[in-house]
Design a binder for this molecule. Structure first.
Ligand code: PGA
Length: 249
């Protein structure tokens, strides 16, 4: 029988946050292009979604509201992202939780809306430094996960797919990554909390100071199904090495 990890195709996501596409993003040998060996998804600013799609990249939104439309100045909805051709969306990134005060309840609504309109959400979870230092990381992540009605998605008429990004907040943009062994342990813990129907098929990716130097160490672990890369994804050469590490697994 094929082992389940072999069925989980690696997912390498580039989160460009509020940065313009890096020089060379559209070069002939661009590392951001889709590859047969792994899912490579780019999360640009909303303004750059269209031109990346025109260049045939697989694109996602960095966030979206659950309501399909309405008086929400400055926002876009999941339905609009889908309509614009996005395939993925980030939900609950820690910067959204922090700067926009997005709550677990709002994030649950976003994930549900994303799935209902056919987007593939990447749900971001992760503990604070304080929770980490107090040995409460798993409990904090469990609380964030349990806010999402994962089991109810099986009742939807259409099949859905969702991935989870474990991003310890203290590791994001700090240059201090989690130890790959600790990420593996957390990913196992997250997997054990998923509904049993999707436990083995759901991809759980790691994010937080991933670079070309540590990517392979994370990806060597059986429950690390990919990476969510911020800073290093804005440097094409480094991102290329990260993609290469995923293709070699
Ligand atoms: P980083 O960001 O790779 O710069 O730490 C990761 C993220 O915010 O998704």
């Amino acid at each position: 029988m094929l082992h389940f990890t072999a069925m989980r195709r690696k997912l390498i996501a580039a989160n460009w946050k509020m940065y313009s596409p890096p020089e060379g993003w559209d070069a002939a040998d661009s590392p951001y292009k889709p590859d047969v060996g792994a899912d490579i998804v780019i999360f640009p600013s909303f303004l750059d979604v269209r031109r990346l799609m025109d260049a045939k990249l697989v694109v996602g939104g960095q966030g979206g509201r659950a309501e399909p439309h309405g008086a929400f100045t400055g926002d876009v909805s999941m339905a609009m992202l889908k309509g614009a051709g996005c395939q993925y969306v980030l939900c609950g990134h820690s910067e959204r939780r922090k700067y926009y005060k997005e709550t677990d309840a709002a994030i649950a609504e976003q994930v549900t809306a994303a799935i209902e309109c056919g987007l593939h959400p990447i749900l971001c979870v992760g503990e604070t430094k304080k929770e980490h230092d107090a040995g409460k990381a798993k409990a904090a992540v469990k609380k964030q996960l349990q806010a999402i009605p994962l089991s109810s998605y099986f009742l939807l008429p259409t099949s859905y797919s969702l991935s989870i990004a474990y991003e310890p907040i203290w590791a994001i943009g700090t240059g201090v990554n989690a130890l790959p062994d600790d990420a593996q342990a957390m990913h196992m813990s997250i997997r054990s909390l998923l509904p049993k129907e999707s436990r083995e098929s759901t991809r759980i990716i790691y994010g937080g100071s991933v670079t070309d130097l540590n990517a392979a160490d994370f990806l060597a672990h059986p429950d690390v199904d990919g990476l969510l890369v911020g800073g290093a994804s804005l440097e094409p050469k480094r991102f290329q090495s990260i993609v290469a590490a995923a293709l070699e697994i």
